[in-house]
Design a protein around this ligand. Structure first.
Ligand SMILES: [Zn+2]
Length: 136
């Protein structure tokens, strides 16, 4: 009597099951909502710091408080740009889910590792492409 050999676990681990895809999608949607919230908070902060700088423009240019405000404003602007970029990344990932190309590297077309997708579901690049991008 022959016994059916079960599907090797390695295969099912490598392919994105619809259940896994659904859980990644909800994580991405949650992250997108958070990014949008942070984005509007930071935008308000940038605007108010610009306003407070305008109010004190008549002061000495060397005013240490002004310098601090300018530094904080620059930091907030950088964070805002980062958050906006992250939100765009998440939207692109959600689009790839719709198109059925999610999980494939947008650069080389190779498969993005499951561990990498778990850590960062919005990843558009496989680990090799991401590393070579950082090296440049
Ligand atoms: Zn790649």
């Amino acid at each position: 009597m022959t016994t059916l050999t079960p599907t090797p676990a390695s295969i099912s681990e490598r392919t994105l099951t619809s259940r896994r895809l659904a859980s990644l999608r909800s994580r991405l949607e949650h992250e997108l909502a958070q990014a949008h919230e942070l984005e509007s908070e930071l935008r308000e902060e940038v605007l108010s710091s610009l306003e407070s700088r305008r109010d004190t423009r008549t002061d000495d240019a060397g005013d240490p408080e002004n310098a601090t405000l300018a530094f904080e404003g620059a930091q907030t602007s950088a964070m805002l740009a980062q958050t906006t970029g992250h939100a765009a990344e998440i939207r692109a990932a959600l689009e790839r889910i719709e198109l059925g190309t999610f999980g494939a590297c947008t650069n080389c077309g190779g498969q993005i590792g499951a561990a990498r997708l778990d850590a960062r579901p919005a990843s558009a690049l496989c680990i090799d492409c991401a590393n070579s991008r950082w090296d440049r």
